[in-house]
Every structure is written in structure tokens, then in C-alpha cells.
Design a protein around this ligand. Structure first.
Ligand code: PYC
Length: 404
């Protein structure tokens, strides 16, 4: 065949499943694929299969709102997400893949005295860790975002904001495809449409998994399944303190670019950014009820649009193009659960709520290190499952982009 007709594939087509791998990763989203990528790249561990019950990036990775930031409230959270932002900054070069990362800055609005106190607390924690965050007031906010309505004639006038310059947005599908391509080139096998239906154990340790395409032996199983994490952990009889909720978001039709910062208001339960295609991407808090049903609701569209219009009345005539929901697995302290469980060889990355996508690179590097060295890296030690038994919670409630 002539070369011009030979299309270079992003990754190899799914082949036969082997009967044994060193590591099986459940979930071909941003966490599963980044873990596979760093296992191969950083540790030379390539006898790895990534399994997914659906297509690559079909879960939370394909349904998020692409915000990357490190302005968390706890020192443990801020340090962890800061390491992730740094990895994201070099990721396009590392993967040799354009990820359209735009570090345009992130503003968390404060509309009350209490909001200003929380913003100051977060800024203090961030700055002590070398993270660029500070509280700014309406004159500076107006310079950063002249199009936003800063008048007093709104329900919640803007009094201040936590400004985090390194915050940004990135193309979520590019991140997933870049990691998938990198993992594939490193020798990892990716098997979409291969559902894990059981986790085999004996003497308290993992021996393999059952799948819809046959049984596999392995030494390590890593669950990176976001909203389905409790169901997968149940297969290993590991109870997780997690509830699953949906998060909804929508985009408008594309309009001329005029917003080049990310705007978040916990008080108004919205976050707003403008994508590289010109769409306004708008989301809200997670729904308070637990469900696995990805059905969008009209009340969500109505209140998010209403609140956004208070800040950006010029969007009054913009049409909603599409909306979506994603599953969020929520832990009691709003921090993730990462690392080992009581079943030897069964590791988890879960409990991310709405924070998961922004952690993908640091989850991948730290979990890969844990598998390779059998030692929990200090950066993720605070997020161990056992903290719920020892009452050592890491409360990130105040750092949710919107209350969740
Ligand atoms: O934590 O930045 C965030 C976020 C944005 C949307 C959902 N969570």
C-alpha cells in the first residue's frame, strides 16, 4: 500500500486478552490511562492491561468542565493539586500532543464577609506553599474581567475574589487521547468494551479479575472508575464511604471571545468559562440526590442560566447548544481516597467529587510509584482510605468550585 494511504492510528486496535498481566487497571479514563502511562514511562512496567466497560474516556473524563487549579484549602490538598498543575504545564511536551492548555487565571468570587474570610484563608494556605493565589477587590477584578457585571444592582454583588493566576482550562479529550497514545506506545494494552465482573482473591490478596471476555490473572488491580468506584470495590468486598451524585453542565452556542478568566461563585452555585471554540461553558453544584442516571434536568438549566445572566447579562440571547451530566463519587471530607486498601494488591483512585480530572497526572505518577516501590508516596499518604478509621479527615468542602 502507498504510504499516503497508510493512516497512523492513535493506538493499536483492541487485540486478544492475555490470560495474565502484572497489573490490571479498571477504567480507561484520565486516571487509569495516566497511571498506565507512568507505569511504563517511569518504571518500565509494561505488562499492563487497561480495561473499560465502554469506550476510552467515556466516563467522568469525557464529561467534566476541564478546570485545572491548585487553590485548595488544606495544605495536603493544595500541595497535591499544585504538583498536578506543574505536571499539566509540561504534559503537552511530554506526550508530544497538543492539549490546548490555557492558564488564563481563576477567580472565585466572594459576595459576603464570610466569603472574603474563606478566600483569605485559602490564599494564606496557598502562599505558604508557594502557590500563586491572592485576594483582590472590585477595581482589580474589573481589570481582569471588564465584561462582568460588578454593579450593586444584582442579588449578590461581588465584594472580592480569590485570584489564582495558574488556574486554567485544557481540552479534556486531548488529555485522555494523549495518555492513551502514550501508554499504548509504551507497550500497555488498552481493552475497551471489556467489563470487570469480579475480583478474585485468596488469603487477603488479589489473584485476578473476571471480565466479560474471560478471566485474567494478575498481581495488582487498580480501580480508576470515578462514579462506579463503590460498585467495583464491592467486587473485592472493600466498602468505600462514598455516595454517587450527578453533576450537570452545558455550553452555549459559540460567541465572539470576551471572557479569558474562569469565574466561579459558590454563593451563586455556578462556574463559567469560555472554551477555545467560543462556547460559554456553565456548570453548577452536584445534585443533592444519589443516582447513576445521567439525566439532565430543566431546573438546573434554569437556575444556572439565571445566575450566569446576573454576572453576564450580555449572554441573554445566547442559545444553549448541549448539556451533559457526569457521575461524581463523593467522600465525607470532599477529599479523594487514593492508594492501598485492606485487600493486598487492590488499589483505588476514587472519592474525587468534582476534582478528579485536574488530578490526573499526579494520580498517575504517584500510583505508578506505589505499584513499583510498594511504598505510599508522602504526597498521597493523607488521602489513604484508613483515614476514615483513624478520624484524620482532610476537609476540602470550602475549596469546592461550587458547593458540593
Ligand atoms: O473544582 O474546579 C473545580 C470544578 C469545576 C467544576 C467542577 N469542579
Amino acid at each position: 500500500m502507498k504510504d499516503i494511504f497508510r493512516v497512523r492510528r492513535m493506538w493499536r486496535p483492541r487485540g486478544e486478552l492475555k490470560r495474565r498481566y502484572d497489573v490490571v487497571i479498571v477504567g480507561a479514563g484520565s486516571h487509569g490511562l495516566s497511571t498506565a502511562y507512568y507505569l511504563a514511562k517511569n518504571h518500565g512496567i509494561t505488562d499492563v492491561a487497561v480495561l473499560d466497560k465502554s469506550y476510552i474516556g467515556s466516563g467522568a473524563a469525557g464529561r467534566n468542565t476541564t478546570i485545572i487549579r491548585a487553590n485548595y484549602r488544606t495544605p495536603q490538598g493544595a500541595e497535591f493539586y499544585s504538583a498536578s498543575v506543574k505536571l499539566y504545564e509540561g504534559l503537552a511536551a511530554d506526550l508530544d500532543f497538543n492539549l490546548l492548555f490555557s492558564q488564563q487565571g481563576h477567580l472565585t468570587l466572594a459576595h459576603s464577609d464570610r466569603g472574603i474570610i474563606t478566600a483569605n484563608e485559602r490564599a494564606e494556605v496557598n502562599r505558604l506553599l508557594g502557590i500563586d493565589s491572592r485576594v483582590i477587590y472590585p477595581d482589580e477584578i474589573a481589570k481582569l474581567c471588564p465584561e462582568m457585571n460588578l454593579s450593586e444592582e444584582v442579588t449578590w454583588p461581588v465584594m472580592a475574589a480569590l485570584y489564582h493566576p495558574p488556574g486554567g482550562i485544557i481540552r479534556h479529550d486531548a488529555v485522555v487521547w494523549g495518555y492513551a497514545r502514550g501508554a499504548d506506545r509504551g507497550g500497555v494494552e488498552i481493552h475497551p468494551y471489556t467489563e470487570v465482573t469480579g475480583i478474585e482473591r485468596s488469603n487477603g490478596r488479589v489473584r485476578g479479575v473476571q471480565t466479560t471476555r474471560g478471566d485474567i490473572e494478575c498481581d495488582t488491580v487498580i480501580s480508576c472508575t470515578a462514579g462506579w468506584s463503590t460498585l467495583v470495590a464491592d467486587l473485592a468486598d472493600v466498602p468505600l464511604p462514598i455516595t454517587t451524585h450527578i453533576l450537570q453542565a452545558f455550553v452555549t452556542e459559540p460567541v465572539k471571545p470576551f471572557l479569558d478568566v474562569i469565574i466561579v461563585s459558590s454563593q451563586m452555585h455556578i462556574y463559567v468559562s469560555q472554551t477555545d471554540r467560543g462556547e460559554f461553558l456553565i456548570g453548577a453544584e452536584i445534585e443533592p440526590y444519589t443516582t447513576y442516571k445521567g439525566i439532565g434536568t430543566f431546573p438546573f438549566l434554569e437556575y444556572s442560566a439565571k445566575h450566569t445572566l446576573e454576572l453576564f447579562p450580555q449572554l441573554e440571547r445566547a442559545k444553549i447548544l448541549r448539556s451533559w451530566t457526569g457521575l461524581c463519587d463523593l467522600s465525607p471530607d470532599y477529599s479523594p481516597i487514593l492508594g492501598v486498601t485492606e485487600v493486598d494488591g487492590f488499589l483505588v483512585s476514587c472519592g474525587w467529587g468534582t476534582y478528579g480530572f485536574k488530578a490526573a497526572p499526579i494520580v498517575g505518577t504517584t500510583l505508578a510509584e506505589l505499584v513499583a516501590t510498594k511504598q505510599t508516596p508522602p504526597l498521597i499518604a493523607p488521602f489513604a482510605l484508613e483515614r476514615f478509621y483513624k478520624d484524620e479527615l482532610v476537609s476540602e468542602l470550602a475549596a469546592a468550585a461550587v458547593s458540593h
